[in-house]
Design a protein around this ligand. Sequence first.
Ligand SMILES: *[C@@H]1O[C@H](CO)[C@@H](O)[C@H](O)[C@H]1NC(C)=O
Ligand SMILES: *[C@@H]1O[C@H](CO)[C@@H](O)[C@H](O)[C@H]1NC(C)=O
Ligand SMILES: *[C@@H]1O[C@H](CO)[C@@H](O)[C@H](O)[C@H]1NC(C)=O
Ligand SMILES: *[C@@H]1O[C@H](CO)[C@@H](O)[C@H](O)[C@H]1NC(C)=O
Ligand SMILES: *[C@@H]1O[C@H](CO)[C@@H](O)[C@H](O)[C@H]1NC(C)=O
Length: 583
Amino acid sequence: MLHVLLTLARIAHGVLASNVSSPSVLDPPSTFVSGAWSLVQQGTSGVSGMQLIIVTETTALIFDKVEHNPLTTEDGEPAWTAELNLNTHVVRPLHALSNTWCATGGFLGNGTFLSTGGNPIVITGEDGLQALRFFTPCQDGTCDIWENSSLVHTTSPRWYPGSVRLEDGSVLIFGGATANGWMNNPTANNPSYEFYPPKNINGFNGLKIPSPFLATTLNANLFPIVMELPDGTLFVAANQRAMIFNWRTNAETQLPDIPNGVRVSYPLAGSAVMLPLTPENHYTPEVMICGGSTIDDTADPSTLSSQIPASAQCSRLVLTAEGIAAGWKIETMPQPRVMPDMVLLPDGRVVIVNGARTGLGSYGNVPDAVGPASNADHPAFTPVVYDPTGPAERRFSSQDIPASAIPRLYHSTATLTPNGSILLAGSNPNTDITIGTKYQTEYRLEFYSPAYMSKPRPSYKGLPATVNYKSKFTLSVQLPLDTAEVTVALMDLGFATHSVHVDQRFVKLVSKLSADKKTLMVTGPPTARVYPPGPAFLYVVTAAGVPSFGHKTIIGTGASPPVDQGAIDNSTSAFATYEGPPT
Ligand SMILES: *[C@@H]1O[C@H](CO)[C@@H](O)[C@H](O)[C@H]1NC(C)=O
Ligand SMILES: *[C@@H]1O[C@H](CO)[C@@H](O)[C@H](O)[C@H]1NC(C)=O
Ligand SMILES: *[C@@H]1O[C@H](CO)[C@@H](O)[C@H](O)[C@H]1NC(C)=O
Ligand SMILES: *[C@@H]1O[C@H](CO)[C@@H](O)[C@H](O)[C@H]1NC(C)=O
Ligand SMILES: *[C@@H]1O[C@H](CO)[C@@H](O)[C@H](O)[C@H]1NC(C)=O
């Protein structure tokens, strides 16, 4: 017995000592600005903030479901998609044709935003189950959503899908359901994936490709977590399971389950980030998933309760052979959270906001629904900031962070803004607009400003409109007086919905400050797998942890993703044969 223990101890020691399994050990402990965060409520979103993405330095898209929103289009119909001006807080109605209810989204490599999937329910507009919607951001307030279901659509219905931008600037769309239902099930499940633009790959020419993982992760496997890894494979997590997925060969490699039976996808959503990829950690991917629930996803909802505690577990896994062998490392948040949002900060930390301490997502299913339809209760009002490089017992902190007074439950979102603040939007655990109840439809926007916002900020000029891989460019920088050194954080701010932050990413670029501290020579990301081609926000961050404004560029050449006309033709005809959702 003693011998066994010693052997285990030796193995454990070997693992801990390995730079591969603990890449963050190679990162110098980061410094952060301490002091008070501020919180302001500014502006309203006009449509409730179910989906949120920053699309320019001054604008964000906010997508909702079709419902009787106060923001209306010119013809007096309720809007359900809008563009928010981050400076003036004015919202401009956009004109989606179909129901964006529980769609996914993300940029293509050429900078056009793609919204995928949705819901068949129609108040005004069209069924959105197979929708593909396009929005090319502009600065002059004239751009709008384009969609035409007879010309462009997915090959199969996808309500609550996941998605990810790939190394060629195309998008892989993963899973979802074919029909309404509070929980996925074998009848509604769409255990398949497809690409936009469509590909001729893995024996399927433009058509959907079966995914065994999605067939075996029922029931709570909607809005799966999908991330592009620096070796070109994908990390995928749904329900209690995780895998590495090689989409080029259609090969699934199982990873250890999420520990302790915690489920991490809708309606038992946790949230996930890939921790910063840096030259020092050799761009070694490490994922972290926080929150979720251990509620039985096969239970009849009449036996469940809004009062069941959520999970406080965070799990980290280094995605190398050694890291996988070492398994998930567990930490505990100060409070449990279901439906949290995890947002990467330009100083390398992660902020965990929104969600509830009890219950689960969706609405109107449990007998003790609150306010009146929320399946969740006890909103988590106080953000927690997490320092991935800090000493194990002191990584989480809510010190000097004011609590919000606005519950952000089901259908709420959060994102980092170009200026470094954190925008919170939404919350609507209701079937249509419900105002004046405990958990009403929420339009109020809030902005958290971390302590770094109140310090003298660095600024820079000269970011090229596109930055190709390994290309060198020079920024002219203006640094606060006492700045010794700076780093460069290249960030994809991600598309937020249902606790998933599609494509969110932090890649530290190689950079060198001139002796006079006036110019910064920066090298573009090493490969399209480390940072897939597409929009990015670049922050120059002082050694003290103060970021500049994040200006926008496009990584790669800005080229459109590859197209295959045969696959497109096949994908388009697939619509004609679709008979509608099962009844
Ligand atoms: C780990 O560290 C050793 C010794 O410093 C080095 O030779 C090796 O390349 C490192 N491995 C990785 C994956 O960084
Ligand atoms: C969609 O495309 C078809 C075929 O080109 C066209 O007839 C139709 O008017 C278009 N619909 C809209 C709403 O633009
Ligand atoms: C960015 O934040 C700083 C500090 O809070 C503020 O002074 C400045 O006006 C903001 N700039 C923009 C463009 O929002
Ligand atoms: C980007 O590519 C998509 C898909 O091919 C296309 O529909 C869109 O118009 C392109 N956007 C730009 C700005 O070229
Ligand atoms: C559509 O897919 C089928 C089956 O994979 C294939 O036989 C056919 O050639 C494809 N059609 C086009 C237009 O590529």
